[in-house]
Design a protein around this ligand. Structure first.
Ligand SMILES: [Zn+2]
Length: 134
């Protein structure tokens, strides 16, 4: 199956989020403090993002919306992870072999420097980096 990833999403302010969602639309209900959209990877799964301080928040700027924090649908088969920023989709990169190698190289370069006593292991660094996505 070929999925077409979306690059943009359009906000639509509604009172009730409809049962059938259009792809590429972020439905936002201020009244019910929730937003919904179809997963932007194209898999068609509905992603619900409650809007409250312990979940997500919407930031409006010049007619565009951003949703914070990122959306990590790790319970969906696609495991999509992306941000919605100013109506645009920013995909989170999966860790590639090369990225891991780069972190590892930086780590060894630092070895004799300032952090030699306290430097973090590569796994701690990766963990912090991944945590920064949320
Ligand atoms: Zn998906």
């Amino acid at each position: 199956m070929i999925l077409s990833r979306m690059t943009n999403i359009k906000p639509e302010f509604v009172e009730f989020v409809p049962t059938a969602l259009e792809p590429g639309v972020l439905y936002i209900s201020r009244r019910y403090k929730t937003a919904s959209h179809l997963c932007v990877c194209g898999c068609g799964n509905r992603v619900v993002t409650p809007l409250n301080p312990s979940a997500w928040r919407i930031i409006e700027r010049n007619g565009t919306v951003s949703l914070f924090p990122s959306i990590g649908s790790f319970d969906l088969p696609c495991e999509s992870h992306y941000w919605i920023r100013d109506n645009k989709i920013a995909w989170a990169a999966k860790l590639s072999e090369r990225q891991i190698a780069e972190v590892r190289e930086r780590d060894s370069r630092d070895h004799d420097a300032l952090f030699s006593a306290t430097r973090l292991s590569i796994w701690q660094r990766l963990f912090r980096w991944i945590k920064g996505w949320f």
